[in-house]
Structures are given as structure tokens and as C-alpha cells.
Design a binder for this molecule. Sequence first.
Ligand code: NCD
Ligand code: ZN
Length: 343
Amino acid sequence: MTDRFSIARDRFSIATPDDFHAHLRRGSAMGAYARRHALSFGRALAMPNTVPPIASGPAVAAYREAILEAAGGALAPLATFKLLPGMSEGTVRACAAAGAIAGKYYPAGSTTNSSDGLRDPAEAEAALGAMEAAGLVLCVHAEDPAAPALEREEAFIPVLERMIAAHPRLRIVIEHVSSAALLGFALAAPPRVAATVTAHHLLFTLDDLIGEAMSPHLYCKPVPKSARDRDALRDAVFRGERKLFFGSDSAPHPRSAKEGARAAAGIYSSPTAVAALAGLFESGGALAALEGFLSIRGASFYGLPPASGRLELARGEWVVPEELDGVVPMLAGKSLSWSCSRT
Ligand code: NCD
Ligand code: ZN
């Protein structure tokens, strides 16, 4: 079958991508990260694991404003809040009133800035009920930090099952799915459960991280897994799985925090994710599936209006800089065959 993308072409456009999982941080670096994000994305679901966390109505409102201002309006922030143990229904309602569309569940100790997270959903039962009643989306970092690193997603599945059963109307996004096991679970779950997929989990495996040399700039949570896991993710997004949409999990850490004896978890992928994905989807004969993944299905799951504007992709080699915004970006020093610009 031929479609309009299957012939070799040097230029095409898609609706402006959305990023449904972005770490824009706060403080002095936020502006640069937000402006970089705006080069590829129209909207970004801004993760709340900042220091201090976004966990109240006023914090949600202030963070949204700060991002809007930092990016000069070019990036529309989609706000979230962090679920904390004992969070009240009133706090959830205040976050929603301030514009939050999702709350984030971090298992305590599972990733960067999560020591104040939850040890069990029971610790946030009132908040989860209020989210369900208010129609907010629950975003879940689905890893059990007590399990071995490569088995953490699978070990968390029983917790997801409990939350899905306990809150029959709650919409849930399983974030940055990285294993065939959790992918299979997400695809078999009810339609109100979806999952985001990052660029790096589609591109890399554990061997890229540790097989040849220790590569701290590819270190993230959840860690990239086997080729079998990566290929299961690729197959699913290439065939346009309805439940899967893009969330970059772009998570910048200054070079010094990545190259020390204890590398921080997080990959700065926003500068290169879309260009790299265009190359990957093209090599998989799946360019026709790129727009649905990047620009359509996430907004549809969240009940948001379709993205406005277009992103133009053009063929042409460029070499990714070794450093951007004080951070080593994903694929630094490598050459990419597509570039993108918003129109
Ligand atoms: C993220 C960060 O740095 O905030 N790190 C990561 O490895 N992905 C947190 C997260 O989403 O796990
Ligand atoms: Zn993240």
C-alpha cells in the first residue's frame, strides 16, 4: 500500500507536536529549557517534581505563569501537581481550579526528586478520589523502586491494577513505558488507561547505556531495557496503537550533575527528539504514523483541542551540539538526517 509518506520526500509537515511529559524545572534555567521546548512543541505537560514541588493551587498557578512568560507565549504549559502523602481533596480541587489537568504519582524514591512521593496509593486515597470526581488525569511513574532495576515496571503492575479497580472512572496515563511487560499491560487495560512513550526508549537499549562505555547522558528512569523491549515499543507506535502517545520525559540536568560519581537520572531529549523520531519512523517505514503519535492522540486522550499550527520537517544532515543550555543533549555529537521548525 502506498500512502503520502511512503515515497521518499524531503519535506513534509505535521500538526504541531505536544509533549505530554516534560521537565522544565524552575529557577534560572527554566527559561532556556522552555524556549528550547517551544522550538519543537506547542504544548508541554509540565511535570511537578521541581524543588520545591508543585503541590498546591497557588504553586500550579505561579508555575504556569512562569513558563508562559519564560517562553514568551510560544509554549503553552499544561499544568500538573504532585501527589503527596495525605494530600486533601481540597488541595486537589484548588489545583484543578488553578488549571491543573493532571496529578502525578511518584513512588517514593523511584526517580529524581521523588523522596517525598507515595509508598502506597492508600497514602493519597482522598486525593485520588477527588481527582476521579473532578475528571483529572492521573499520571503514574510506574516503577517499584524496591525491585531490581530492570524489573521495576513489571513489579508495579499490581499497584496499577489496584488503582484501576478502586477508581473506575479515573483516567490514567502510564508514563514513559519502557518494557514489553508494562506495554502489554497498558494495551490490555480499559480504554481510560493510556501510556506515553519517550524517544529514548524507542532509540536505545541498556547496551547503549553501559555496553561499551558508561554513558551517563543516556541514564534515566526507567532505564532503557533490552532490544526485545525496545522493539515491542517500536512495533506498537509504528502500527499507530491508539493508546500510545508521545511524552519526551526530557529531563535536563547540568553537565556537572551527570558526570559526577553519582549521575542524576534524566536525558535532555527535547532538542533532538522530534528529528530523531522522524529518522526512526522513516527507517521503520512508518512516517505516516508520526503525526498521530506526536500531535493527535495525546490531545485526544486528555480531551484538549487539537494542536494549532504546523511543524515542518526537512531532510538535511546536522550535527547535534555537544552542549545546549549547559546540558549535554540526547545524541550530542551525532548526526541527524531531519530537522524541524514550527511554522
Ligand atoms: C526525571 C527528572 O530528572 O526529573 N528523570 C528521569 O530519569 N526520567 C524524573 C522522571 O520522570 O523519572
Ligand atoms: Zn519524567
